[in-house]
Design a protein around this ligand. Sequence first.
Ligand code: LIP
Length: 257
Amino acid sequence: MINKLIDMVKDAGVIFKEGYNSKKYIEFKGKKDLVTQYDKNIEKFLIEQFSSTFKDFNIIAEESDNSKIKFKDSIIIDPIDGTTNFVNKVPHCAISIGVYIEKKPYIGIVYNPVLNELYRAEAGGGAYLNDILLEVSDDDNFQTSLISTGFPYTSATNSDDLNWVIKNLKKILPKCQDIRRLGSASIDLCMVANGVYEGYYEINLKPWDVGAGMLILQEAGGKVTNAYNKPYDMFNDRCIVASNGKIHDKLISYLKD
Ligand code: LIP
């Protein structure tokens, strides 16, 4: 299944790359939440491909109405994770595909066509960036750890969410090496998998932002939980905490107090 998926995702990458370099028609789903014709076109292309080839799976996709879909044997699509980057030509954006069987992660693919970087993992089979086996960093010192985060779209309208972001930046920034905000949750998770970041946290993400990256990180030896150190439920939990495993408890302790 993974090779077929990769071929289809690479075909979708052609539309992605063409769009990256072209004029976009932008609509606003919320005050900050953008969508372009390329998000819709890539999603439509992938849904057509997946539904005709993988008939045993239903599809949950960012730009679609998912209200009647039951998550079980599912393919979760984010056609462009990092749409704000895509619109502004910041080359950190990706197609994210998570495949689940019986609600358990089976395959994850995160493909950045701009940089030609394809992250992939199969449950129990390790994680790769192109052909390089991924392994999380072994740094266990929080002070030398590079931490990544994201700012939820809701911070524009919800003062609790904005305060949460500021409060946790104030707590974590002095205690770590530095903080990065790259703008694509799926790539953030892959960069923890690749040992670039030691940790990552963010609130209010959706299953399509993380459905692939979580498996890629876990297969590279990393850890993903909620803020209470319990398994992260991508449909219900507010905060995702991801790490190389070694600084996980420290990161949780800062997010908690
Ligand atoms: C985005 C994320 C980004 C996060 C945004 C948003 P989109 O996904 O990947 O890191 O901070 O809140 O969820 O909307 O570009 O697919």
